[in-house]
Design a protein around this ligand. Structure first.
Ligand code: AMP
Ligand code: ZN
Length: 115
């Protein structure tokens, strides 16, 4: 674990979160500042800084993260109307927490393009 990473602290239970899903390698929790009626984050428990830092050995994990994001979106009621799955990456991508995460945003129609 990276001891200055807030998502690693959430994984370790040092910072509380409202969990939506957990297994041995994946955690999903509700965003503390929801931007839509449904706003969850799906993260690997392992600290990976960003999508740019994903290594070949993590491809299986990345696939399982995507699959879990899909399942959770359906569970949360977005199966019919859809949702937006977002991976903000690096400075220009607007990433504010340097621990890989997939945003699930749903429950309302979202605009495009982003600002
Ligand atoms: P990003 O800007 O893509 O790096 O997204 C980081 C997200 O983490 C933001 O939507 C924040 O609202 C969210 N966030 C930050 N701290 C917490 C926390 N303690 N619990 C839940 N979500 C958080
Ligand atoms: Zn971390």
């Amino acid at each position: 674990m990276m001891n200055d990473c807030i998502f690693c602290k959430i994984v370790d239970g040092v910072i509380p979160s409202k969990k939506a899903y957990e297994d041995d390698e994946i955690l999903a929790f509700h965003d503390i500042t929801p931007m839509a009626p449904i706003h969850c984050l799906v993260i690997p428990k392992k600290h990976i800084r960003s999508l740019m830092d994903l290594e070949a050995k993590d491809i299986g994990l990345a696939g399982r993260l995507l699959n879990k994001a899909q399942e959770l979106a359906k569970e949360l009621g977005c199966g019919e109307n859809g949702a937006r799955f977002v991976i903000n990456t690096g400075r220009d991508g607007g990433q504010t927490v340097d621990h890989l995460h997939i945003h699930i945003l749903g429950g309302r129609a979202l605009s495009w393009p982003p600002g």
